[in-house]
Design a protein around this ligand. Sequence first.
Ligand SMILES: [Zn+2]
Length: 479
Amino acid sequence: MKQITQRKNRNRIIASLLFTLFLITGIILFLSRTKEDFGRQPTTSVLYKLSDIYTAGSIFDRNHTLIAKGLSIGQMQWNEDNTIRQSFSNIIGAPIKKTSASCYSVLGMAAPTLYGYHKTCLDDWKQWIFPQSKNGEPIYLTIDVDIQSAIYHSTKQFDNAVVTVSNYQTGEILGMVSLPTFDPTDPDSIVVDKNGFIDTTYHHSCYINKNLQTSFLPGSTIKPILLGIALDINPDLVNMTYNCKKTTHNFHGISVGCYDGEYHGKVDFESALCCSCNGYPIQLLSQIEESDFEQGLLQLGLDSNETYPNRFAAVGSTFYGNGEHDIANRTLATIGQANCRMTVWYLTSLYAAIFNDGIWKNPTIFYNDPNQLGKGNPEETLIYTKNTASILKKALIAVTKKGTAAVYDMSSLGFTIAGKTGTADTASGKRTVWAVAGIIDNQKPYVITVCLPDQREDASGSTVAGPVMREILLKLLQK
Ligand SMILES: [Zn+2]
């Protein structure tokens, strides 16, 4: 009798133990599988903690070339090629604990993978209770080491240069160079203040990726982008003509010169973009109601606080910025002055939509899974109608055939290029000059933006940025 009771009790204990174990396993499995749904956002302080525990994972380019890898906690080993190190330096970024700007760098964006945050809850758990040295996971950049090196070689003679190359069909970033650069393996090249921080507030800093972190006056490169808003509202506006002469260049009391003081006479949509007439886009956009125009700006993501997938971050691009929404600011911003400011990446992405039937793609700069390479983010946003995109693309092809971007026409190589140049006068008296190009080809659906700030006052997009674009295009097309 006694034995039977003992056995019964033992069975009960075993059953309840098994049940408890089952319950705990269930909870842990549930937590670890659904952790994304719980909205656990890796905060900066969590990542800082993890970077004290994890040796960073490896960083490869899209061809699986090793760019850098964690050597030990807080230490990275970089590729031995100096061009690779320099050209990738500020994209990958300074050590995340030395900078407040890590959210704009690959180290910051990919930190959850590189520093182990994407491991399961169970792993995290053990990690917090029994901290031990661990290795992060690898990431695969969408950047192509050859494109990166080509850009670097074509721009390194400039003190200040910013270049983005993207695939306009997938939104993948293929090249992103920001000059000046630094050598991440040279201990003397990382200069810190008394608190151990790098100064990244200075907009010309070698430690920041200006493609994402600095916005510039876009000059005439903004014109096609804005004209697209008007064409979406009223496609017939493409037939508007305008007589560009001194007496017609006063808009609501603001006298606007044309590029280098030259008046263009009678211009239509295409010829106005070819010669980069200032009067034409101002006149055309004045046909659009302010409320419709502002709706269009939001559609383009200007003056808004957009966020992007996978922790991708860039400072905002603006039309009115903090300025008044009045006719003076609207007139000047239409030609890329006043409060109109664009990051080089964002301007590139808007041109990408023009070359991609009006479809804007979310940016991708890295994947955790190399099988994703070439796919991009499936989410799409239609920012122009197909008709508008097609009108704009056709006019931009004319700009390289017979307009200000003729220096980088590539018809001799059998390629059609759509392009636009830009020249902006800044408050310092220096100029920011631009060249944008889209390769109209399904094998190389690339969009490229060259931005050269701090140029002399006789420089222009056509004469200074254009030849750099030509050199980069030759390398990309002959690759
Ligand atoms: Zn003009």
